[in-house]
Design a protein around this ligand. Structure first.
Ligand code: NAD
Ligand code: ZN
Length: 247
């Protein structure tokens, strides 16, 4: 991977940075992405499980899948890609991290200004009263229940559902404000998150994609860095740090 001269200049000088991450940044922590073969569970595609109709039809099955994923998330640790973003935040005055991930690894790596567009997999929400709790469903039992008696569901945004109030607006503002925008480890097919790089570019940001493969976004960005987030982000961080004057 080579960092172009243009990107070198942007990473050194940008005052305002916004980063969008997707499942790919957590792949190196051992959390499977949704696309590709490893996204399948018992031959089912995520789209068949991560929606409210599937939950109403067969909540036991959907909970089994979420409990399986929670175990993976609980054992995972942040990787050098997460760490580099947390450290990049420390060298920029205006830095926003927007994530589609539900694994909480950015906060665990030390990122502070994080917008979780799709919620957190360790939260539970009552289908009846909407009360949020944290991993109340940890125990056995087919479908965990709220104190009100209603069934609990995982506190994530499912396909076809609205994002948490205000989250997208904040993410869009940060994207429009950015001088440099990084889109990391996302297949850029889940909207509205996938529109953020376009919002940034429209507003004049230099937009860079980081992914081992080209995506639907590739032709719309200024530059695609082909490779792993855990290798490329530390290299970008080193570039930024090299620009900080030492006393
Ligand atoms: P996706 O599964 O659609 O795409 C993952 C992308 O990451 C692919 O383009 C792939 O080429 C790329 N990738 C794989 N390894 C990489 C690496 N080492 N470095 C950089 N990129 C790499 O994921 P998505 O676009 O985030 O959309 C799927 C939805 O699934 C999201 O809404 C998200 O909430 C959810 N999801 C979250 C997690 C998580 O929290 N870790 C995991 C799976 C899915
Ligand atoms: Zn309730």
């Amino acid at each position: 991977m080579t960092i172009s001269l243009k990107l070198r200049a942007w990473i050194r000088e940008a005052r305002s940075l916004t980063v969008l991450t997707g499942a790919g940044i957590s792949a190196e922590s051992g959390i499977p992405t949704f696309r590709g073969k490893e996204g399948l569970w018992k031959t089912l595609r995520p789209e068949e499980l991560a929606n409210v109709e599937a939950f109403l039809k067969n909540p036991e099955l959907v909970w089994e899948w979420y409990r399986f994923r929670r175990e993976i998330v609980a054992k995972a640790v942040p990787n050098p890609g997460h760490a580099a973003l947390a450290q990049l935040e420390a060298c920029a005055s205006d830095f926003t991290l927007v994530t589609q991930n539900v694994d909480g690894l950015h906060r665990r790596a030390g990122s502070r200004h994080v917008i979780e567009l799709h919620g957190n997999i360790l939260d539970d929400v009552c289908l009846h009263c909407g009360k949020k709790s944290t991993e109340a469903s940890g125990g056995a039992g087919p479908v965990p229940r709220c104190a009100c008696g209603g069934p609990l569901r995982p506190g994530v945004v499912w396909f076809g559902e609205a994002l948490p109030a205000g989250a997208f607006e904040k993410a869009a503002e940060a994207s429009a404000r950015a001088e440099l925008f990084l889109s990391v480890g996302t297949s850029a097919v889940v909207y509205p998150a996938a529109s953020l790089p376009l919002v940034a570019r429209e507003a004049g940001a230099y937009v860079v994609e980081i992914n081992p493969e080209r995506t639907e976004l590739s032709s719309a960005v200024d530059e695609t860095l082909i490779g792993k987030a855990g290798e490329i982000l530390p290299a970008l961080l080193a570039e930024r740090r090299a620009a900080i004057p030492t006393a």
